[in-house]
Write a protein that binds this ligand. Sequence first.
Ligand SMILES: C[S@@+](CC[C@H](N)C(=O)[O-])C[C@H]1O[C@@H](n2cnc3c(N)ncnc32)[C@H](O)[C@@H]1O
Length: 302
Amino acid sequence: MSIRNCQKQNCKNENGNCLLHGADDLPVQCVGQWVEDNYFFLEKYLNASCEARRRFADKNNAVFIDLFAGPGKCIIKNEKREIDSGGILAFKRDEAPFNEYFYFDINSDNTKALEKRINSKSNCNLRCGDSNSLIDDLVKTLLQKPYRYHFAFIDPFGTEGLKFETLRNLAKLQRMDILLHFPIGAIKRNLETWRKSKNTILDDFLGTDEWRKRINGLTSDKIFKVLIDVFAEQLKSIGYPDDGLRMVSSDRDIYAGLPTVPVKNTKEVELYVLILASKHSLAQKIWNSVIKIDPQGQKELF
Ligand SMILES: C[S@@+](CC[C@H](N)C(=O)[O-])C[C@H]1O[C@@H](n2cnc3c(N)ncnc32)[C@H](O)[C@@H]1O
C-alpha cells in the first residue's frame, strides 16, 4: 500500500490512532506536524549523548524504556507522510545503540503493531498494560543489573496517563535519565475543576497536593511556572539533583520556545514542556546544548 494523505476530520479513535491503517497495513497514530519537533529534540539528544552512552553500550549495558510507546508509526495530518515514533527512532540508532528495549502501551493493537515493526527482536521487551502498574515489575527486573545506563522516554497524551509514583519507582535506578512531556495544555484545560476538588489527576501526576496552596492568588501567566517548580521539587525529592534538572521553559514566558506544541483544528490547544531529568550534570549539559537550536535552525529558542 502507498502512503495516503489523511485529511479526514475526526479520524482518530480513543487511543489517538487513525481509523485507517498505515502503508504497511498496521495502526498509525494521527498527528499534527508539530510532533516532529518532539522527535527532533529526542533524536538530537540521543545523538549528542552518544559518546557518554557508548561507555555503557559497549559493555551491553544501555537500556531504553518507552512507557507510552504507541504503534511505532505516525501519519502526519494533511501531508501524505508517515514517520517513525520516538521509540522506533531510539531503536534505529547507528551510534552506540541501546542494548535492550522496554516498550509499554495500554492498547494491544499498538503493542502488536510495534512488535511487527521492530521485527520481534530478541532484545525488545513489549508489554501491554498500564505503565503505572507494569512499572513495579520493570524496576525489579532492572534492579538486578543496577550498574546499567537507562534512558526513559515518557510521552503520555496528558496528565491522566502518568502518576508520579511511576517516576519515583524509576528513580530507584542510579543511572536513569528521563525525557518527559509536561502536558501544560491538558492542565490548562482542567485546572479550574481540579483546583476545586481533592485527589485529582493532577495530584497524582505531580505526586503532591502542594500545588493548590502554591497557585492560590496567582494570575494564570504565573501558574504554570509554579506548577513546573513544584514538579521540579518533586523530582529533587526522588533523587534528581539541581544540576541534573533544567526546565526547557524560561522564567520570562512559559510558552516561549516550547519544543512540542500540538495544534488541533478545534479551539483546543495542547502545549507540552519537554523536561530532561538526570542525576548527572553531564546529561544536563548536553541537553542545554541540544535545546539551544530549534528545529528550524534558529538559535537560543528557549
Ligand atoms: C502520545 S501517544 C505515544 C506516542 C509515541 N510515544 C510516539 O512517539 O509516537 C500515548 C500512548 O500512550 C498509550 N497509553 C495511554 N495511557 C497509557 C497507560 N496508562 N499506560 C501505557 N500506555 C498508555 C496510548 O495508547 C498511546 O499509544
